[in-house]
Design a protein around this ligand. Structure first.
Ligand SMILES: [Zn+2]
Length: 347
């Protein structure tokens, strides 16, 4: 059967990187499935779009060389000559469509031409959206959606999401966000699983740093095994701000958990809402630039009004911690404020 042959070939040729390997691909495909099913989006997609979503997830890191786009340029690789932007993403697509060009592996071979074309376009859009250069744009699109529709979702008695409305979120954006959720989402897995993935990406980064040292080129960010050894901070890609960092995110998630459990509110929330609450806490300051005026992302977690309140409690609640902990957080936010002031003076 063609599907079976295609998946076996994909697995065999995925590349043996510590993190970007066939298990990551399977994990991300499961994550995309989880996102679509659990957020009630199945009815939004045709069978063809669902197929494209899962195949896009499977192939999104196919034939990964364990590098990043800036490295490809600095090292002057063959791939950087072939593709001038989104080098790795285009490389994964090129490798995928090369495999599909062999009839024995052509998953879409028996489909009408229009369907093939649509699948190809959806997969290309999905994989290109994983380019980190596009990350800020996608997040700002989500923030706009949250600002415009988050409140309605928060006060609604039922689970609602702008993702359920075709007029608000088209299929390409829906698939891009599903893939990003699954691709970056191992921080929200049970800790023993998250720890394994974090160790794997760290090993892959350090191996790249070693190769770059041998090549005599600048080391990629987070890739120096001698200096980039703060795994919780580096693997999560949080901005290295004094206060708004990965430790703050974990702290706020614990605070949200404390608020919900200790105020006897667990029974008020479904599993899905609990997940949304914790995910919302973790991401509420994701990639924080150390500047101000950006708390609208909180609306993304809003199911009942309870969740924004829980998040605010945890986010601002360090004054209620034992004094030695409160003092640390207070010193950190002061340092971050002063650093922002210094930058503003320079500007
Ligand atoms: Zn990936």
């Amino acid at each position: 059967m063609v599907l079976h042959r295609f998946l076996r070939a994909l697995e065999a040729c995925y590349g043996g990187q510590e993190y970007h390997n066939a298990v990551h691909a399977a994990d991300v495909a499961l994550g995309v499935h989880y996102f679509i099913v659990n957020f009630g989006l199945t009815a939004r997609l045709t069978k063809l779009e669902l197929l494209a979503a899962l195949v896009g997830a499977f192939v999104h890191d196919f034939n990964h060389p364990g590098t990043n786009n800036n490295h490809e340029v600095r090292a002057g690789t063959e791939r950087a000559l072939t593709h001038t932007d989104a080098i790795l993403e285009r490389h994964h697509l090129h490798s995928t469509f090369t495999l599909l060009a062999t009839p024995a592996f052509d998953l879409f071979g028996a489909m009408p031409a229009d369907d093939r074309e649509l699948c190809r376009k959806l997969i290309v859009d999905m994989v290109l959206a994983t380019d980190l250069k596009r990350h800020v744009d996608i997040i700002s699109t989500l923030r706009t959606l949250a600002a415009q529709h988050g409140h309605a979702a928060a006060v609604s008695a039922e689970w609602t999401s702008p993702f359920q409305a075709q007029a608000l979120v088209g299929v390409p954006l829906l698939l891009a966000v599903a893939l990003k959720f699954a691709d970056l989402g191992h921080s929200f897995k049970p800790f023993h699983l998250h720890k394994q993935w974090a160790e794997r990406i760290t090993d892959e980064f350090w191996a790249l740093g070693d190769r770059e040292r041998q090549l005599g080129i600048a080391l990629s960010p987070l890739c120096d095994r001698h200096t980039d050894c703060d795994v919780p901070e580096s693997q999560a890609c949080y901005g290295g701000q004094e206060y708004h960092n990965a430790v703050h995110a974990a702290d706020v998630a614990l605070g949200v958990h404390y608020f919900i459990v200790n105020f006897g509110l667990t029974a008020r929330l479904t599993k899905l809402e609990l997940l949304a609450a914790l995910v919302g806490a973790f991401v509420h300051d994701f990639n924080h630039p150390g500047t101000n005026n950006r708390h609208e992302a909180q609306a993304l977690v809003g199911v009942p009004l309870l969740l924004p309140v829980a998040l605010k409690f945890a986010d601002l609640g360090h004054s209620f911690k034992p004094f030695h902990l409160h003092k640390q957080w207070a010193e950190r936010i002061t340092d971050e404020f002063w650093a922002l002031g210094d930058r503003e003076r320079q500007l």
